[in-house]
Design a protein around this ligand. Sequence first.
Ligand code: NAD
Ligand code: TYD
Length: 340
Amino acid sequence: MIRHLLVTGGCGFIGSNFVRFVLRERPRWRLTNIDDLTYSGNLANLADITDDPRYRFVKADINDRPTVDALVAECEAVVHFAAESHVDRSIQDARPFIVANVLGTQSLLDAVRGAGGRRFVHVSTDEVYGSLPLDRPELRFSEGTPLHANSPYSASKAASDLLVQSYHHTFGLDALITRCSNNFGPYQFPEKVIPLFITNLAEGHKVPLYGDGLNVRDWLHVEDHCEAILAVLEGGRAGEVYNIGGDNERNNLELTHAILDIMGLGHDMITPVADRPGHDRRYAIDASKIRHELGWTPSRSSWPRALADTVAWYLEHPHWWREIKSGEYRHYYARQYTER
Ligand code: NAD
Ligand code: TYD
């Protein structure tokens, strides 16, 4: 039985939504959040629950073993979100991805092992499966699809997935992996395409669309992802992988037009820019396993309603993203987009 849950990376986009979701859905649980507050970690994401007596924040790196050991010892289960998460940054510099995603996961796994075992849910991504072709719409990623990571980001996530599976196989750790498609919703760092485009447009700037704009992503609302992770934590089978997806494939041009329409702006606000190197063409998830085994289905992803709500959230919270966009992020943006 879980009384105290340890969450890593709870100050990021999905982690903060998950922390809030768990405190709401499981009122008897206590929750500790370890996060090192890297560029994408933001205390403002959880400002509304900071004073909740069931919640504790610890600022530390998941590679800090003494701290991680102490926190793991206190909990019954771990949900691991902490990671470097942006593909374009991994193309600029892969090293932080190896340190956080690979070594960081190993550090947590060793701590769990040292504590005599804990349920460990590793939050991974559909990107570990690589890319699907546009002309084979019937193809989707299942849990048995071989790993074929194409970016330094997805390679680091694939490496961490393999480590998790090896600790289950070799040491019998009660570890599970979730692989989800692209998330959207409140508190997403505005380097990812949806908040980047909404906030650029809100500031009167154009949006940089990579390549021909025909790359496809399977969009899922972050709360649906949180619900799926909780279902896996409570009901998943040790050693298993669970795919999570929204059955909601959109190409980037469609997505951009949808955002422009919601905001009442014209298609002239798109600037085509050079493609991302190695840009995966299409992701699509077969989520039938989690549906059949755990009864999970997305309940909030009625597109375009969920997209319109998301646009509204960013327009209603300009302080949240203006603060980010005026900080260190400006240097990344200049490096990423000025030469394109
Ligand atoms: P994010 O970048 O918004 O948040 C990452 C968080 O991890 C930040 O709070 C950061 O401070 C923290 N962190 C990073 N390195 C750390 C370290 N060494 N020690 C402690 N904390 C550290 O990312 P996100 O979009 O919320 O993604 C969370 C997880 O979900 C990642 O593992 C990612 O691979 C996975 N995922 C994301 C998506 C998506 O669409 N965003 C989809 C599927 C899976
Ligand atoms: P992103 O949000 O970076 O997620 P991921 O690459 O992990 O799927 O990008 C989503 C899609 O949007 C992807 O096909 C790349 C594209 N994209 C742009 O066209 N322009 C941009 O400025 C960004 C950040 C992404």
